[in-house]
Design a protein around this ligand. Structure first.
Ligand SMILES: Nc1ncnc2c1ncn2[C@@H]1O[C@H](COP(=O)(O)OP(=O)(O)OP(=O)(O)O)[C@@H](O)[C@H]1O
Ligand SMILES: [Mg+2]
Length: 390
């Protein structure tokens, strides 16, 4: 599978990304420089391979427009030898799609369905989060009395119930804890009741990975999830990255023995990735993403991350990226963080290439696989780009 990304502006050569192997791709550039557009381009070409599972983490809620052909650029597309094209899109929402995606307006959902968008819903199994994950979720230290009590409750439930326990069970466990005072219990119960009110936690065990379909671009829409409060977005990405890793590890072992598996190779694309793997602070999802990218090659996991601020992404993740697509970038700090990744074959430093980018739709591509660096014009999108401002 070769992913057609654009044309080398100097050598007038088509540029492809080798997509059969696992890749870790960083797309960066300042605001409005074309990152999300480019991420959509890569997804369009991966979609051609039916043996891959595509999942987009979409914090801005912009990728659903991939269902529609990009008629606005018909002429440009034709000049590149393409036609506008829409793709099968499935939006996955944590909890009820009407409430948690469509602001309670059934009409919004109906109209999107008429346009061809499919919807699915998933819930988070409380048991998919470890005992320390639960403490992190509520920002509790494990030396804090609340942290100790919560950790103990989850550990007990894990031991007794395996994966089959729910928020009501955690609440019961805490109520029955005789080692803590009522005030501690009450503070914890308030947090758990708030979690219950979100309606995103399951009351029946559901395999998270069962909601994704390989014939679709699976989009986890996060725009309605408050990024601040207890970091719900991180919670979902952490569980997803962990489960994809586990599932593909098992699938790889089975594939090697020529046994049938139901989890194909995965491409996980994360827009605004600094939210999930920031440098200098820990989040629920960071360690799982680091493992995904560091150890994911062999089990067939690929990652695409996009960010305005590469310097704000954890260096363990940045250093694993084997392909960089850098759009216009002006911040010194960001250019420096990329320059630090410069490989020997570049000769010139990356920053000298970055300075040559003159407009939106151009980028420097640094491909470790091909040991090549070039300034390219990004090919036009076949499907509609949804990042426009109102
Ligand atoms: N290769 C391209 N060809 C033509 N138009 C493009 C191209 N790339 C981006 N654009 C246009 O530029 C605008 C900004 O693009 P995009 O939303 O991808 O930027 P971004 O870098 O993701 O911005 P942000 O940091 O705000 O998320 C959009 O209106 C898009 O249609
Ligand atoms: Mg964007």
């Amino acid at each position: 599978m070769s992913l057609f990304i654009g044309r080398d502006l100097k050598e007038e050569q088509d540029i492809y990304i080798e997509g059969n192997k696992s890749r870790s791709i960083l797309i960066c550039g300042k605001r409005g420089s074309g990152k999300s557009y480019t991420m959509g381009n890569i997804i369009e070409d991966i979609y051609g391979d039916k043996d891959k599972l595509i999942i987009i983490i979409d914090p801005m809620g912009i990728y659903h427009t991939m269902v529609e052909p990009n008629y606005i650029q018909t002429q440009t597309l034709n000049s590149w030898g393409f036609n506008p094209k829409g793709y099968s899109v499935k939006i996955l929402v944590a909890g009820d799609p009407v409430q948690n995606y469509a602001f309670g307006e059934e009409n919004i959902l109906d109209r999107m369905k008429q346009r061809g968008v499919n919807f699915g819903s998933f819930r988070v199994n409380p048991s998919d989060l470890s005992a320390d994950g639960w403490c992190d979720f509520f920002d509790l230290s494990m030396t804090d009395v609340q942290g100790i009590c919560l950790f103990r409750a989850i550990q007990n439930l894990n031991r007794r119930r395996g994966v089959h326990f729910y928020l009501s069970d955690i609440i019961n466990e805490i109520e029955m804890d005789t080692k803590v005072v009522d005030r501690t219990k009450e503070a914890l119960l308030n947090r758990l009741e708030w979690a219950e009110s979100l309606n995103i936690f399951s009351t029946n065990y559901q395999e998270l990975l069962s909601v994704f379909e390989r014939d679709y671009i699976n989009i986890i829409d996060m725009k309605s999830l408050d990024p601040g409060r207890y970091n719900l977005r991180n919670l979902i990405v952490s569980i997803l990255a962990k489960q994809l890793f586990k599932a593909r590890l098992k699938a790889r072992a089975m594939e090697e023995l020529e046994l049938a598996t139901d989890i194909p190779k995965v491409w996980l694309a994360i827009d605004e990735a600094h939210q999930f793997a920031p440098s200098g602070k820990s989040t629920l999802s960071k360690e799982h993403l680091i493992r995904f990218v560091k150890e994911g090659r062999q089990p067939g996991l690929s990652l695409i991350i996009s960010s305005q601020q590469p310097s704000a992404i954890d260096s363990d993740i940045l250093s694993q990226c084997d392909l960089i697509i850098c759009h216009k970038l002006t911040s010194k700090e960001d250019i420096q963080s990329l320059n630090a990744l410069s490989a020997d074959y570049m000769g010139n430093e990356l920053k000298t290439f970055i300075k040559k980018i003159s407009r939106c739709g151009e980028a420097v591509i640094v491909d470790d696989e091909k040991e090549k660096v070039a300034i390219i014009g990004i090919r036009p999108r076949k499907s509609k780009h949804g990042g426009g401002e109102s």
